[in-house]
Design a protein around this ligand. Structure first.
Ligand code: NAD
Length: 305
Protein backbone atom coordinates (compact mmCIF):
# COMPACT_ATOMS: atom_id res chain seq x y z
CA UNK A 1 0.00 0.00 0.00
CA UNK A 2 1.68 3.15 -1.24
CA UNK A 3 0.75 6.29 0.70
CA UNK A 4 1.86 9.74 -0.50
CA UNK A 5 1.85 12.63 1.95
CA UNK A 6 1.78 16.12 0.42
CA UNK A 7 2.88 18.72 2.94
CA UNK A 8 4.87 15.96 4.62
CA UNK A 9 7.41 18.29 6.21
CA UNK A 10 4.62 20.02 8.14
CA UNK A 11 2.99 19.15 11.42
CA UNK A 12 0.08 17.11 10.06
CA UNK A 13 2.04 15.32 7.33
CA UNK A 14 4.89 14.31 9.62
CA UNK A 15 2.57 13.23 12.42
CA UNK A 16 0.49 11.17 9.97
CA UNK A 17 3.60 9.51 8.48
CA UNK A 18 4.98 8.68 11.93
CA UNK A 19 1.67 7.28 13.18
CA UNK A 20 1.13 5.16 10.07
CA UNK A 21 4.70 3.87 10.10
CA UNK A 22 4.57 2.89 13.78
CA UNK A 23 1.13 1.29 13.45
CA UNK A 24 2.07 -0.75 10.41
CA UNK A 25 -0.37 1.00 8.07
CA UNK A 26 1.16 1.10 4.58
CA UNK A 27 4.30 -0.37 3.09
CA UNK A 28 5.64 2.63 1.14
CA UNK A 29 5.56 6.31 2.08
CA UNK A 30 6.24 9.05 -0.45
CA UNK A 31 7.03 12.34 1.27
CA UNK A 32 6.30 15.45 -0.82
CA UNK A 33 7.04 19.01 0.29
CA UNK A 34 9.15 21.93 -0.99
CA UNK A 35 10.99 21.84 2.35
CA UNK A 36 13.45 19.20 1.17
CA UNK A 37 15.96 19.32 4.08
CA UNK A 38 13.20 18.54 6.57
CA UNK A 39 12.00 15.69 4.36
CA UNK A 40 15.53 14.29 4.30
CA UNK A 41 15.65 14.27 8.10
CA UNK A 42 12.25 12.59 8.21
CA UNK A 43 13.41 9.86 5.87
CA UNK A 44 16.52 9.32 8.00
CA UNK A 45 14.37 9.29 11.14
CA UNK A 46 11.61 6.96 9.90
CA UNK A 47 14.07 4.64 8.17
CA UNK A 48 15.35 3.56 11.57
CA UNK A 49 11.89 2.16 12.35
CA UNK A 50 12.47 -0.40 9.61
CA UNK A 51 14.19 -2.37 12.32
CA UNK A 52 10.62 -3.27 13.39
CA UNK A 53 9.13 -4.13 9.97
CA UNK A 54 10.02 -3.65 6.31
CA UNK A 55 8.71 -0.56 4.54
CA UNK A 56 9.97 2.02 2.09
CA UNK A 57 10.13 5.74 2.84
CA UNK A 58 11.51 8.31 0.41
CA UNK A 59 11.29 11.88 -0.81
CA UNK A 60 9.09 12.17 -3.91
CA UNK A 61 7.93 14.74 -6.44
CA UNK A 62 4.39 15.91 -6.96
CA UNK A 63 4.39 14.11 -10.34
CA UNK A 64 4.50 10.78 -8.57
CA UNK A 65 1.17 11.25 -6.78
CA UNK A 66 -0.89 9.32 -9.34
CA UNK A 67 1.28 6.25 -8.64
CA UNK A 68 0.09 6.14 -5.03
CA UNK A 69 -2.89 4.21 -3.63
CA UNK A 70 -3.72 6.90 -1.09
CA UNK A 71 -2.70 10.57 -1.19
CA UNK A 72 -3.00 12.64 2.00
CA UNK A 73 -3.00 16.38 1.27
CA UNK A 74 -2.06 18.69 4.14
CA UNK A 75 -0.01 21.21 2.14
CA UNK A 76 -0.67 24.75 3.33
CA UNK A 77 0.61 28.30 3.52
CA UNK A 78 2.31 29.19 6.83
CA UNK A 79 -0.15 29.77 9.68
CA UNK A 80 -0.77 33.26 11.05
CA UNK A 81 -1.81 33.92 14.64
CA UNK A 82 -5.50 33.91 15.53
CA UNK A 83 -7.08 33.43 12.11
CA UNK A 84 -10.21 31.46 11.21
CA UNK A 85 -9.80 28.53 8.82
CA UNK A 86 -11.54 30.43 6.02
CA UNK A 87 -8.75 33.03 6.09
CA UNK A 88 -6.52 30.51 4.32
CA UNK A 89 -8.89 29.78 1.43
CA UNK A 90 -7.13 31.80 -1.25
CA UNK A 91 -3.58 31.00 -0.19
CA UNK A 92 -4.21 27.27 0.11
CA UNK A 93 -6.24 27.23 -3.10
CA UNK A 94 -3.10 28.26 -4.97
CA UNK A 95 -1.34 25.22 -3.53
CA UNK A 96 -4.14 22.69 -3.97
CA UNK A 97 -4.74 23.80 -7.56
CA UNK A 98 -1.07 23.12 -8.24
CA UNK A 99 -1.57 19.63 -6.80
CA UNK A 100 -4.76 19.19 -8.87
CA UNK A 101 -2.75 19.85 -12.07
CA UNK A 102 -0.72 16.74 -11.39
CA UNK A 103 -3.91 14.72 -11.88
CA UNK A 104 -4.53 16.16 -15.36
CA UNK A 105 -5.42 13.22 -17.56
CA UNK A 106 -5.93 10.99 -14.50
CA UNK A 107 -9.63 11.51 -13.85
CA UNK A 108 -10.02 7.72 -13.85
CA UNK A 109 -7.40 7.38 -11.11
CA UNK A 110 -8.10 4.39 -8.87
CA UNK A 111 -6.63 5.75 -5.64
CA UNK A 112 -8.12 7.79 -2.82
CA UNK A 113 -7.36 11.39 -1.84
CA UNK A 114 -7.68 12.37 1.81
CA UNK A 115 -7.95 16.10 2.03
CA UNK A 116 -6.85 17.78 5.28
CA UNK A 117 -5.76 21.29 4.22
CA UNK A 118 -8.10 23.98 5.51
CA UNK A 119 -10.71 25.19 4.85
CA UNK A 120 -11.39 21.58 3.90
CA UNK A 121 -14.86 21.85 2.38
CA UNK A 122 -14.35 24.48 -0.34
CA UNK A 123 -10.80 23.31 -1.13
CA UNK A 124 -12.03 19.75 -1.59
CA UNK A 125 -14.88 20.86 -3.86
CA UNK A 126 -12.51 22.88 -6.04
CA UNK A 127 -10.07 19.96 -6.22
CA UNK A 128 -12.72 17.40 -7.13
CA UNK A 129 -14.27 19.62 -9.81
CA UNK A 130 -10.89 20.44 -11.35
CA UNK A 131 -9.50 16.92 -11.40
CA UNK A 132 -12.76 15.20 -12.34
CA UNK A 133 -11.74 12.31 -10.08
CA UNK A 134 -14.78 10.35 -8.89
CA UNK A 135 -16.21 12.24 -5.91
CA UNK A 136 -16.20 9.03 -3.86
CA UNK A 137 -12.40 9.02 -4.08
CA UNK A 138 -11.89 12.55 -2.71
CA UNK A 139 -12.67 12.65 1.00
CA UNK A 140 -12.18 15.48 3.49
CA UNK A 141 -10.67 14.91 6.93
CA UNK A 142 -12.83 16.43 9.67
CA UNK A 143 -13.21 13.80 12.39
CA UNK A 144 -11.54 16.11 14.94
CA UNK A 145 -14.89 17.89 15.33
CA UNK A 146 -16.46 14.60 16.37
CA UNK A 147 -13.64 13.95 18.87
CA UNK A 148 -14.04 17.43 20.39
CA UNK A 149 -17.80 16.95 20.63
CA UNK A 150 -17.33 13.68 22.48
CA UNK A 151 -14.87 15.36 24.81
CA UNK A 152 -17.31 18.24 25.49
CA UNK A 153 -20.06 15.72 26.24
CA UNK A 154 -17.78 13.82 28.60
CA UNK A 155 -17.02 17.02 30.52
CA UNK A 156 -20.71 17.89 30.79
CA UNK A 157 -21.85 14.38 31.73
CA UNK A 158 -18.82 13.77 33.97
CA UNK A 159 -17.89 10.53 32.24
CA UNK A 160 -14.76 9.43 30.41
CA UNK A 161 -14.55 10.46 26.72
CA UNK A 162 -14.22 6.83 25.66
CA UNK A 163 -17.68 6.13 27.13
CA UNK A 164 -19.23 8.59 24.68
CA UNK A 165 -20.42 7.89 21.14
CA UNK A 166 -21.44 11.02 19.23
CA UNK A 167 -20.92 12.58 15.81
CA UNK A 168 -20.54 15.93 14.06
CA UNK A 169 -21.56 16.56 10.45
CA UNK A 170 -21.71 19.74 8.32
CA UNK A 171 -19.00 22.30 7.71
CA UNK A 172 -15.54 21.83 9.22
CA UNK A 173 -15.86 25.20 10.92
CA UNK A 174 -18.60 27.24 12.57
CA UNK A 175 -21.22 25.53 10.43
CA UNK A 176 -20.56 22.17 12.04
CA UNK A 177 -23.67 20.30 13.19
CA UNK A 178 -23.30 18.28 16.40
CA UNK A 179 -25.84 15.46 16.33
CA UNK A 180 -27.40 15.68 19.78
CA UNK A 181 -30.16 13.35 18.54
CA UNK A 182 -27.84 10.33 18.52
CA UNK A 183 -25.57 10.70 21.53
CA UNK A 184 -24.87 7.54 23.48
CA UNK A 185 -23.04 7.02 26.74
CA UNK A 186 -22.05 3.43 27.48
CA UNK A 187 -24.28 2.35 24.60
CA UNK A 188 -27.45 4.02 25.96
CA UNK A 189 -29.10 7.04 24.29
CA UNK A 190 -28.75 10.28 26.24
CA UNK A 191 -30.66 13.55 25.99
CA UNK A 192 -29.29 16.89 27.04
CA UNK A 193 -31.42 19.90 27.98
CA UNK A 194 -30.96 23.26 26.27
CA UNK A 195 -28.45 24.58 28.82
CA UNK A 196 -26.36 21.45 28.60
CA UNK A 197 -26.44 21.54 24.80
CA UNK A 198 -25.36 25.19 24.85
CA UNK A 199 -22.36 24.40 27.09
CA UNK A 200 -21.33 21.42 24.97
CA UNK A 201 -21.70 23.46 21.78
CA UNK A 202 -19.59 26.24 23.33
CA UNK A 203 -16.87 23.73 24.13
CA UNK A 204 -16.98 22.34 20.59
CA UNK A 205 -17.07 25.65 18.74
CA UNK A 206 -14.67 27.32 21.19
CA UNK A 207 -11.95 24.72 20.75
CA UNK A 208 -10.41 26.17 17.55
CA UNK A 209 -10.56 29.85 18.66
CA UNK A 210 -8.99 28.91 22.02
CA UNK A 211 -6.22 27.08 20.18
CA UNK A 212 -5.34 29.73 17.59
CA UNK A 213 -5.53 32.50 20.21
CA UNK A 214 -2.42 30.92 21.76
CA UNK A 215 -0.57 32.24 18.74
CA UNK A 216 1.67 29.25 18.09
CA UNK A 217 2.28 27.89 14.61
CA UNK A 218 1.10 24.41 15.64
CA UNK A 219 -2.09 22.83 14.45
CA UNK A 220 -3.66 19.79 16.13
CA UNK A 221 -1.02 17.49 14.72
CA UNK A 222 -1.23 14.52 17.09
CA UNK A 223 -5.00 14.27 17.04
CA UNK A 224 -4.95 14.61 13.26
CA UNK A 225 -2.05 12.22 12.67
CA UNK A 226 -3.92 9.65 14.72
CA UNK A 227 -7.22 10.38 12.94
CA UNK A 228 -5.65 10.21 9.48
CA UNK A 229 -4.10 6.83 10.30
CA UNK A 230 -7.50 5.58 11.50
CA UNK A 231 -9.15 6.91 8.36
CA UNK A 232 -6.70 4.92 6.22
CA UNK A 233 -7.49 1.85 8.32
CA UNK A 234 -11.16 2.34 7.53
CA UNK A 235 -10.28 2.57 3.83
CA UNK A 236 -8.25 -0.62 3.78
CA UNK A 237 -10.64 -2.63 5.94
CA UNK A 238 -8.71 -2.73 9.22
CA UNK A 239 -11.51 -0.83 10.99
CA UNK A 240 -15.25 -0.95 10.38
CA UNK A 241 -18.25 1.18 11.27
CA UNK A 242 -19.23 4.67 10.19
CA UNK A 243 -16.59 7.27 9.42
CA UNK A 244 -17.42 10.95 9.22
CA UNK A 245 -15.74 12.86 6.43
CA UNK A 246 -16.46 15.43 3.75
CA UNK A 247 -17.58 14.52 0.24
CA UNK A 248 -19.09 16.51 -2.62
CA UNK A 249 -22.80 15.91 -2.10
CA UNK A 250 -25.10 15.05 -4.99
CA UNK A 251 -28.52 15.24 -3.41
CA UNK A 252 -27.75 13.38 -0.18
CA UNK A 253 -29.39 15.12 2.78
CA UNK A 254 -31.11 17.36 0.20
CA UNK A 255 -27.81 19.08 -0.65
CA UNK A 256 -26.18 19.34 -4.05
CA UNK A 257 -22.85 20.66 -5.31
CA UNK A 258 -21.36 21.43 -1.89
CA UNK A 259 -18.71 19.46 -0.01
CA UNK A 260 -19.54 18.80 3.63
CA UNK A 261 -19.10 16.16 6.28
CA UNK A 262 -21.67 13.37 6.40
CA UNK A 263 -21.59 9.82 7.74
CA UNK A 264 -19.77 7.51 5.35
CA UNK A 265 -18.96 3.89 4.87
CA UNK A 266 -15.39 3.65 3.58
CA UNK A 267 -13.67 0.94 1.59
CA UNK A 268 -10.76 0.31 -0.75
CA UNK A 269 -12.17 2.60 -3.45
CA UNK A 270 -13.12 5.43 -1.11
CA UNK A 271 -16.71 6.12 -0.11
CA UNK A 272 -18.78 2.95 -0.49
CA UNK A 273 -21.92 4.72 0.61
CA UNK A 274 -23.18 7.91 2.19
CA UNK A 275 -25.17 6.75 5.20
CA UNK A 276 -28.67 8.13 5.43
CA UNK A 277 -29.04 9.02 9.11
CA UNK A 278 -32.28 10.45 10.40
CA UNK A 279 -31.72 13.98 11.70
CA UNK A 280 -33.85 16.07 14.04
CA UNK A 281 -35.52 19.16 12.56
CA UNK A 282 -32.99 21.58 14.16
CA UNK A 283 -30.12 19.45 12.84
CA UNK A 284 -31.61 19.49 9.34
CA UNK A 285 -31.96 23.27 9.52
CA UNK A 286 -28.38 23.73 10.71
CA UNK A 287 -27.11 21.51 7.91
CA UNK A 288 -29.07 23.47 5.29
CA UNK A 289 -27.72 26.75 6.71
CA UNK A 290 -24.14 25.44 6.53
CA UNK A 291 -24.72 24.29 2.94
CA UNK A 292 -26.11 27.72 2.07
CA UNK A 293 -23.05 29.44 3.52
CA UNK A 294 -20.63 27.13 1.68
CA UNK A 295 -22.51 27.30 -1.58
CA UNK A 296 -22.38 31.11 -1.49
CA UNK A 297 -18.59 30.86 -1.74
CA UNK A 298 -18.46 27.60 -3.55
CA UNK A 299 -18.37 28.41 -7.23
CA UNK A 300 -14.80 27.35 -7.82
CA UNK A 301 -13.85 29.96 -10.45
CA UNK A 302 -14.71 32.84 -8.11
CA UNK A 303 -12.25 31.78 -5.41
CA UNK A 304 -9.30 33.19 -7.29
CA UNK A 305 -10.71 36.68 -7.73
N1 NAD B 1 -8.86 18.97 8.54
C1 NAD B 1 -8.44 19.04 9.80
O1 NAD B 1 -9.08 18.57 10.73
C2 NAD B 1 -7.14 19.72 10.09
C3 NAD B 1 -6.55 19.62 11.36
C4 NAD B 1 -5.36 20.30 11.58
C5 NAD B 1 -4.78 21.03 10.55
N2 NAD B 1 -5.40 21.09 9.34
C6 NAD B 1 -4.86 21.86 8.23
O2 NAD B 1 -3.81 21.15 7.61
C7 NAD B 1 -2.93 22.06 6.98
C8 NAD B 1 -1.51 21.76 7.39
O3 NAD B 1 -1.33 21.91 8.77
P1 NAD B 1 0.15 21.70 9.35
O4 NAD B 1 0.08 21.85 10.82
O5 NAD B 1 0.75 20.48 8.79
O6 NAD B 1 0.86 23.00 8.73
P2 NAD B 1 2.41 23.23 8.46
O7 NAD B 1 2.59 24.67 8.17
O8 NAD B 1 3.19 22.61 9.57
O9 NAD B 1 2.70 22.35 7.14
C9 NAD B 1 2.29 22.70 5.86
C10 NAD B 1 3.32 22.14 4.90
O10 NAD B 1 2.85 22.33 3.56
C11 NAD B 1 4.02 22.52 2.77
N3 NAD B 1 3.69 23.06 1.45
C12 NAD B 1 3.50 24.34 1.09
N4 NAD B 1 3.28 24.41 -0.23
C13 NAD B 1 3.35 23.15 -0.72
C14 NAD B 1 3.20 22.58 -2.02
N5 NAD B 1 2.97 23.33 -3.09
N6 NAD B 1 3.33 21.25 -2.14
C15 NAD B 1 3.60 20.47 -1.09
N7 NAD B 1 3.72 20.94 0.18
C16 NAD B 1 3.60 22.27 0.35
C17 NAD B 1 4.88 23.45 3.62
O11 NAD B 1 6.23 23.46 3.19
C18 NAD B 1 4.69 22.84 5.00
O12 NAD B 1 5.69 21.89 5.29
C19 NAD B 1 -3.44 23.45 7.38
O13 NAD B 1 -4.27 23.94 6.37
C20 NAD B 1 -4.24 23.17 8.63
O14 NAD B 1 -5.24 24.14 8.88
C21 NAD B 1 -6.55 20.44 9.10
Amino acid sequence: LKIALVGAAGGIGSSAAYTMATRGIGTEYLLVDPNEPVLQTQVMDLEQLRIKRPFVVRVADLDELPTADIVVISAAVPPEPDRPRMHYLRGNLTITRQIAEVFDGHSDWQGVIIFASNPVDPLLLDFQVRTGIDRRRVIGYSINDTLRFRYGIALEARVRPDQVLAWVIGEHGNGCVPLFSRVEIDGAPVNFDEDQQRRIREYLLGWYPRWVALGTSRTSTWMSGNGLAEMVEHLIGGLNGPWLGAIVLEGEYGIDGVAMTVPLELGRSGVRSVLNWELSAPEQNQLKAAAGYLSALSHPPSYGR
